[in-house]
Design a protein around this ligand. Structure first.
Ligand SMILES: Nc1ncnc2c1ncn2[C@@H]1O[C@H](COP(=O)(O)OP(=O)(O)OP(=O)(O)O)[C@@H](O)[C@H]1O
Length: 246
């Protein structure tokens, strides 16, 4: 068993599914039952956090899976553990040895973004979690309003409350007040984003095809997907293939 960034435990072992799948995860159709029998399962548990975190992850995985573009594990079930805490059961993906083809990742991400556009605006069906921080996803018609309020201001308030850092709070407020010109001329549409795309959440399967995991999905401006690029090791290849395709 390994432990990860948000304290969840990770186990890859077969499990029998019980009960009804919550909405947003795969229903037990004949096709999926066959798939379950052939598959190995990957289970993450968290002793301290309730089911909302893994239910949000399951909804995000399913939304990305349904685009039939980039490889993501199909979520089967998420819920509460009888002993407290929560779990998610998903498809086990066998990873390959390749370091990952950034050009393929860029192309597949563009396919995913374009395949799922929201008619509800910017946001997601539930609040989810990025690391262990809640991510607010209230549906909002305008991207700049969504990004200013639910991303920048929310984080600035957390910094201010938890660390008392008023200097960065003030700078952030100035950015929010002057943000509109930065988006002048930009074509912005609510595309489905992975939302937490750093190197720890990117892998490749045994064919060398990119796999993305552990999302914090929401519908947003497509370029926000690259907000974590500072810790994703992205080079020119990913941007060239992404922008060629998008
Ligand atoms: N479906 C899967 N199949 C096989 N291995 C997986 C699967 N999902 C996750 N893993 C392995 O477990 C590792 C951690 O998974 P994941 O990032 O989803 O956990 P986490 O608890 O949310 O971690 P963190 O908080 O560090 O992001 C992955 O890097 C990968 O090696």
């Amino acid at each position: 068993m390994t432990r990860s960034r948000n304290g969840s435990s990770l186990r890859g072992r077969p499990l029998r599914l019980q009960g009804q799948a919550p909405s947003g995860v795969a229903a037990l159709t004949l096709q999926n039952v066959t798939r379950l029998m052939l598959a190995l399962f990957f289970v993450k548990t968290n002793k301290h956090i309730g089911p909302a975190m893994f239910e949000g992850e399951a909804l995000g995985l399913k939304a990305m899976y349904d685009t039939k573009s980039i490889c993501v594990p199909l979520p089967y079930k998420a819920g509460s553990l009888p002993t407290g805490g929560s779990f998610i059961i998903m498809e086990f993906i066998r990873f390959g040895r390749s370091g990952g083809d950034q050009s393929a990742l860029g192309r597949k991400l563009a396919e995913m973004h374009k395949a799922a556009k929201s008619d509800k605006g910017y946001g997601f069906y539930v609040e989810n979690t990025i690391g262990s921080t809640t991510q607010i996803n209230t549906w909002t018609a305008d991207w700049i309003e969504f990004y200013s309020k639910h991303r920048l201001r929310y984080q600035l308030e957390l910094i201010s409350q938890q660390f008392g850092d008023s200097a960065i709070y003030e700078k952030g407020q100035q950015l929010i007040e002057n943000i509109h010109p930065l988006f002048e001329g930009a074509v912005i549409e609510p595309y489905l984003l992975h939302g937490d795309l750093w190197s720890g959440n990117i892998n490749s399967d045994t064919n060398g095809d990119p796999v993305i995991l552990d999302p914090a999905c929401y519908y947003g401006h497509n370029e926000a997907e690259f907000g974590m690029s500072w810790c994703a090791g992205f080079g020119g290849a990913i941007y060239n293939s992404y922008f060629e395709k998008i």
